[in-house]
Design a protein around this ligand. Sequence first.
Ligand code: NAD
Length: 254
Amino acid sequence: MSVTSVSEVARWFGEAEAVVVLTGAGISTESGIPDFRGPQGVWTRNPAAQHLFTFENYVADPEVRRQAWAARLASPVWTAEPNAGHRALAEFERTGRLRAVLTQNIDGLHQAAGSSAGLVVELHGTARETACLECGDRLPMAEVLPRIETGEADPACLECGGILKSATISFGQQLDADVIEAAVAATRGADLFVAIGTSLGVYPAAGLCDYAVARGTRLVVVNAEPTPYDGDAAAVLREPIGEVLPRLVAAGAR
Ligand code: NAD
């Protein structure tokens, strides 16, 4: 039976000793970064854009890489600021009862809001770095984007000539095993698991909800639209994230 009262969930935030959150693109829409599957999502508006996010296509097709680099250059991520939702989680960390921020996001806004790097687990990597698919060399994205601006449509690795990509996980790419293990370990230790701004359709990230529920951990879903896990949740909150998280955190501080 799920409840939808913010005050009831705020009480749970106050009682919990080990809160773990799983965030998705929905926490960053109020910072001006569109999600994928929400009403204004990149894929909702243009389903063909999914083509750019498939690893096999990226490796095989230089045109896909050119379009991906052009999209990176134009991305709102570089100028986005954290919003009230990100800041509320950074604030809640001060209570010592936020054990992990497991994020599917690649925008770095949790850290920009003040969440400790040690607490943030980037399940799908980061757009703020590039990785060479041959030699693994990593560089700040800020060092590579100027090459696009000066006319290199598909910049190669300067170390080995290999294909460069943002250090993110595309469809068809494996998640880092250490990163998954860190996320599972954090979920194992949680007594309140909160999924925020995610449609919970991407695995293995969404499977962390299964793991939490199987262990008897209270699950809360904060998302504007229905998710496949709403029936498992002790509470589902549909309010905008930037409004509801500050209320939960303020009430949950003790
Ligand atoms: P998703 O697009 O599948 O779902 C986002 C959900 O958030 C939607 O159900 C939407 O209704 C909800 N939402 C949007 N804004 C909201 C708000 N202000 N308040 C409440 N709910 C809101 O996102 P996902 O589940 O994270 O999966 C998408 C994948 O795309 C992830 O793997 C992620 O890595 C990647 N992605 C990341 C970013 C980013 O880093 N900001 C942006 C787009 C996509």
